[in-house]
Design a protein around this ligand. Structure first.
Ligand SMILES: *[C@@H]1O[C@H](CO)[C@@H](O)[C@H](O)[C@H]1NC(C)=O
Ligand SMILES: *[C@@H]1O[C@H](CO)[C@@H](O)[C@H](O)[C@H]1NC(C)=O
Ligand SMILES: *[C@@H]1O[C@H](CO)[C@@H](O)[C@H](O)[C@H]1NC(C)=O
Ligand SMILES: *[C@@H]1O[C@H](CO)[C@@H](O)[C@H](O)[C@H]1NC(C)=O
Ligand SMILES: *[C@@H]1O[C@H](CO)[C@@H](O)[C@H](O)[C@H]1NC(C)=O
Ligand SMILES: *[C@@H]1O[C@H](CO)[C@@H](O)[C@H](O)[C@H]1NC(C)=O
Ligand SMILES: *[C@@H]1O[C@H](CO)[C@@H](O)[C@H](O)[C@H]1NC(C)=O
Ligand SMILES: *[C@@H]1O[C@H](CO)[C@@H](O)[C@H](O)[C@H]1NC(C)=O
Ligand SMILES: *[C@@H]1O[C@H](CO)[C@@H](O)[C@H](O)[C@H]1NC(C)=O
Length: 455
């Protein structure tokens, strides 16, 4: 198969991305993803509730939607058939749910009255989040072939140039799907589309299942869909993610403070910042952990990093640990660092990081069976691990790590501050090998991909 792949060129102010192709067998679009992983709703004999659909883009049916869920609660299903659009123009508190299903084959679409939502949306203190609605309760399932549409274009346009994590950012954008205090929540089949900010955020919940989803955020202007992470969480346990297609502009699967036990299997992330554990350790005095996670069978394409861990450093940050994380069976194409451990998050320079190092311990991390190639942005450096001198960083291992450099040199793994050996050769960032590798940036076509794909 013919492949012509150009990296996002390092150093250069402009980047060139032309004409790349996915490996054979890897879906290239939502349609191909659906063809490879078909989704069929199951028949059901649950009590059926319907509501009227919107007749135009400003016909707000949020009152009807709320009423429909109240009626369907305790054993029923709210049906939202194909071809119908349901416009939501008011914040909805849906935290009363118990044993309710939503069969979403149509579209739920939020209005894009940005000043209205900024004034009336729900709020969560974590990273200054705002939300269109809140879901919560027990035994909740949303399934179908429909769409949850965040209508994000106006939000991205108006936010353009902003930086969400800057303390002085005042332009807040709603999260498309927010869940709080839920037990046994399942989201299946639907397309999560064009979220203004994070796509999903799960808070103080357990037994979460996300399957067969497509998640996209695609701009029609030059304003990019920033911070549209597929998955973020706070205080959750027992998470299953399976067969998900993601094409957005930030983190792919990215649990934050306090996640225990997650299994991610079969994901395609295009143009993302990576499968990211964290960031954690952001807030002064606060403990945060991420523990017991397996992320496997993943294609990371045209993004920033692939397997990633990030913890905050700097004055006034928190502490905690990331423990027992396995990244297994990764295929990376055209990513900056395919494995990246960053203990100097967010946006601080090396001297500030050295002065106020991260207090997040990193232990028992495995990167196993990585194939593919990097983007050349960091030359022949294909992976980088930076541990904190103020925290434990132990048992970080690589096994069958075969990421090549498109710049043609021997791939180099950079590591600083790690206790013990990592299973493959690595050099520190001031070594002559690292310096030379980082300098050897490239602008040429990528290496040929293996066919068939390795898993
Ligand atoms: C949208 O639909 C509502 C309800 O049917 C109607 O009152 C309103 O006039 C319509 N607006 C437009 C712009 O068509
Ligand atoms: C979630 O639970 C916490 C603790 O019980 C409570 O303070 C909070 O109000 C709940 N949130 C909702 C939306 O019910
Ligand atoms: C994949 O991501 C790249 C870079 O963001 C983008 O140019 C391309 O359109 C995306 N492809 C698909 C199929 O979504
Ligand atoms: C995270 O869990 C720790 C206990 O391990 C707790 O002290 C901390 O408050 C939790 N963080 C949040 C944001 O709830
Ligand atoms: C590490 O996490 C995985 C995934 O939750 C779990 O299956 C495994 O038992 C954990 N290992 C240890 C040593 O706790
Ligand atoms: C980090 O490791 C050190 C040394 O084992 C330990 O004293 C400290 O409690 C750990 N931090 C956390 C948050 O568990
Ligand atoms: C690093 O950042 C700090 C805080 O912004 C600044 O005071 C310092 O001058 C910077 N140091 C270097 C070497 O750029
Ligand atoms: C590593 O990847 C390259 C390029 O895809 C391939 O030629 C080589 O056989 C692989 N090596 C191993 C040990 O898998
Ligand atoms: C980095 O590696 C070089 C050898 O390549 C060594 O001389 C130097 O002391 C190392 N620096 C640190 C901080 O370990």
């Amino acid at each position: 198969m013919k492949l012509s792949i150009f990296a996002l060129l390092a150093g250069a102010a402009t980047s060139v991305l032309a004409d790349w192709e996915f490996p054979a067998g890897v879906p290239r679009s939502v349609d191909e993803f659906r063809a490879r992983h078909p989704y069929h709703s199951k028949r059901t004999c649950r009590r059926k509730v319907t509501i009227r659909a919107s007749s135009n883009d400003t016909d707000d049916v949020s009152d009807e939607f709320l009423k429909g869920l109240q009626e369907a609660n305790n054993g029923g299903t709210l049906w939202m058939p194909k071809g119908s659009t349901y416009v939501i123009g008011k914040p909805l508190d849906l935290t009363f749910l118990n044993n309710v299903h939503v069969r979403l084959d149509g579209e739920i679409k939020f209005t894009d009255d940005t000043p209205y939502w900024q004034e009336h949306a729900f709020r969560h203190p974590f990273q200054n989040s705002i939300m269109f609605w809140k879901w919560g309760g027990k035994d909740i399932k949303i399934e179908g072939s429909g769409t949850l549409n965040g209508n994000g274009q106006r939000w991205w346009n108006e936010f353009d140039g902003g930086e969400i994590l800057n303390g002085d950012n005042a332009y807040l954008r709603p999260i498309l799907f927010y869940v709080e205090n839920a037990t046994r929540f399942s989201l299946e089949g639907v397309h999560l589309k064009d979220s203004p900010c994070w796509t999903t955020f799960w808070v103080t919940s357990q037994d979460i299942s996300l399957k067969n989803l497509a998640c996209t955020a695609e701009s029609k202007t030059t304003s990019l869909p920033k911070n549209t992470d597929f998955f973020d969480s706070l205080n959750v346990k027992n998470v299953e993610v399976e067969k998900v297609w993601v094409n957005i502009g930030d983190d792919c699967f990215s649990p934050k403070t306090n996640l225990t036990n997650a299994h991610v299997n079969t994901m395609y992330c295009n143009g993302t910042h990576g499968q990211s554990m964290g960031s954690i350790g952001q807030y002064a005095g606060e403990k945060s952990i991420i523990e017991d996670v397996v992320v496997e069978n993943v294609w990371m394409l045209n993004g920033q990093h692939a397997a990633r861990l990030k913890s905050w450093a700097g004055p006034n940050v928190g502490y905690g640990y990331i423990n027992n994380i396995t990244f297994r069976n990764f295929y990376g194409a055209n990513n900056e660092y395919t494995a990246f451990l960053d203990s100097c998050y967010f946006n601080i320079n090396a001297s500030t990081c050295a002065q106020y190092p991260s207090q997040v311990n990193i232990t028992n991390i495995l990167f196993e069976n990585f194939q593919g190639y990097s983007s050349g942005k960091y030359g022949d450096a294909v992976a980088r691990l930076t541990c904190s001198p103020a925290a434990v960083c132990e048992n970080i291992k690589f096994k069958d790590f075969n990421i090549t450099s498109p710049c043609g040199g021997k791939p180099v793994v950079i590591c600083d501050g790690i206790g013990g050996d990592i299973g493959i050769p690595c050099v520190n960032s001031t070594s002559p090998e690292a310096t030379a590798a980082l300098k050897h940036k490239c602008t040429t076509a990528m290496a040929v991909l293996p066919t068939p794909t390795p898993w």
